[in-house]
Design a protein around this ligand. Sequence first.
Ligand SMILES: O=C[C@H](O)[C@H](O)[C@H](O)COP(=O)(O)O
Length: 224
Amino acid sequence: MNPNNEKQRAALEAVKEIQNGMIVGLGTGSTAYYAIQATGELVKQGLQIQAVPTSEHTREMAASLQIPLVDINTIDHIDLTIDGADEFTPKLELIKGGGGALLREKIVASMTRRFIVITDSSKKVDKLGKFKVPIEVIPFSYNYVLRKLQKLGGQGIVRKKEDQPYQTDQGNYIIDADFGLIEDPTTLEKQINTIVGVVEHGLFLNLASRVIMAQGDDIVVFEK
Ligand SMILES: O=C[C@H](O)[C@H](O)[C@H](O)COP(=O)(O)O
């Protein structure tokens, strides 16, 4: 099956969990796109929610669909978030940030009671690491971070867009770091967190409540 069909099927399954009155986190990327679209349809049909976007791109899409938005600084939790991932394991470990939205995504996921990840079947792995770990860094000192990552065994490169460093919604850079297959994501996460100049990274551990993966005509659910 076409991966886009799988993305849409996973998204349609996930939006069934949205209920009236919820504060809903809206993810970013080509899979989250289908969930935002379906949420917009539900709102059109009368569903009452408030939404928190995880990127400027998602904010624009949600606004164009008349999904009511709420300022994240005026709420103390998010009921449900639906977002994609670049990789996931059956233990619900994720790599995110391929689209550069990892910082706001991780903040939203951290405030969320039920974080649902939606994917096509190409995203499932036994161990994380085939997809390079996106790391958001302060532009001032990216070379220092690159050297520190190298000491941890990670070969990093600054992500580029049209020959210039790609800039996140916060104006930061992204380093895509290749650690090979990651045997111990928890230790790696701690090590990356100690590097000064790292704002956030795309290892999402202990955040997802459920992964909904579409595989052909089937829906496969992974839960803790
Ligand atoms: O920064 C982007 C996000 O983490 C996306 O959720 C992730 O990259 C997956 O994107 P897609 O659904 O387009 O594969």
